[in-house]
Design a protein around this ligand. Structure first.
Ligand code: SF4
Ligand code: SF4
Length: 244
């Protein structure tokens, strides 16, 4: 696991911050957070907005700037911006500027704030549970402390809501998929499992027309991905599909 993500995982509880708690930070726009990075992970919404901003399809954007791997914990495809060269520069950093500044990924825009969800101990019931977004404050080794913000106001400054419904929808899907995939991995041959992962990744991250609104496509894609997983589950159990 990337060192920064490892630090967050180990110190998560102490880093929590409420939506209206103040924190002190001013970004000096030095661009150093765009190098030595292995962890710029993209949600489907991040990928969609970045592709649209650059006039590309989601598939073209993925092929040019990203790579995917199976998350150690989620067991789902994770997509990240592919770091380049010995300084591990973000591929979207050109002439010291972010090529997608107006729509940069949530992890970039929110820094030093980060977010996750409280997951019930029993993950099998988690997909139906009322999920709550939790915010954390990462110790910034950059900028200065000359400005005071709250998480709510910080997020609003780049058009995000502390109750971000798209983020919650995505987290709920990740939990649903995780529970199914963990079982399927024990039942399917590796080639079948890879096929399943590829279909899911296409469905969740790529199957969008960037000229259309994101949310309805996202809802439809997640519904299709759920059906796909259920079909794999039935097939793995040897259950014939419903004729109706
Ligand atoms: S977040 Fe920090 S490292 Fe990134 S541009 Fe701002 S001051 Fe520099
Ligand atoms: S997406 Fe933009 S802000 Fe984020 S690391 Fe890349 S260049 Fe920097």
């Amino acid at each position: 696991m990337d060192e920064r993500l490892k630090y967050i995982a180990e110190n998560y509880e102490q880093m929590k911050i409420g939506p209206d708690d103040p924190f002190h930070f001013r970004c000096k726009e030095c661009g150093k957070c765009c190098i030595h990075r292995e962890d710029i992970l993209l949600s489907p919404y991040d990928l969609f907005r970045a592709a649209r901003e650059l006039g590309m399809t989601t598939v073209e954007f993925y092929k040019q700037y990203c790579e995917g791997y199976i998350g150690q914990d989620s067991r789902l495809t994770i997509i990240r911006l592919m770091p380049q060269g010995s300084v591990r520069r973000c591929p979207l950093l050109k002439n010291h500027h972010c090529m997608i500044h107006k729509v940069k990924p949530a992890v970039c825009a929110m820094f030093p704030v980060g977010r996750g969800v409280a997951i019930p101990k029993d993950k099998t019931s988690a997909e139906n549970a009322e999920l709550q977004i939790q915010y954390i404050l990462q110790p910034p080794a950059c900028g200065d402390r000359s400005e005071t913000h709250t998480v709510r106001e910080w997020l609003a400054s780049f058009g995000m809501d502390v109750e971000d419904p798209i983020f919650l929808q995505w987290q709920r899907f990740i939990l649903f998929a995780h529970n199914k995939i963990v079982k399927l991995e024990k039942q399917l041959e590796p080639t079948e499992m890879n096929h399943c992962w590829n279909l899911l990744a296409y469905c969740a991250y790529m199957n969008y027309e960037t000229g259309k609104e994101f949310s309805p496509q996202f809802e439809e894609n997640l519904a299709t991905a759920r059906k796909l997983l259920e079909a794999y589950e039935r097939a793995a159990q040897g259950v014939q599909p419903d004729a109706g």
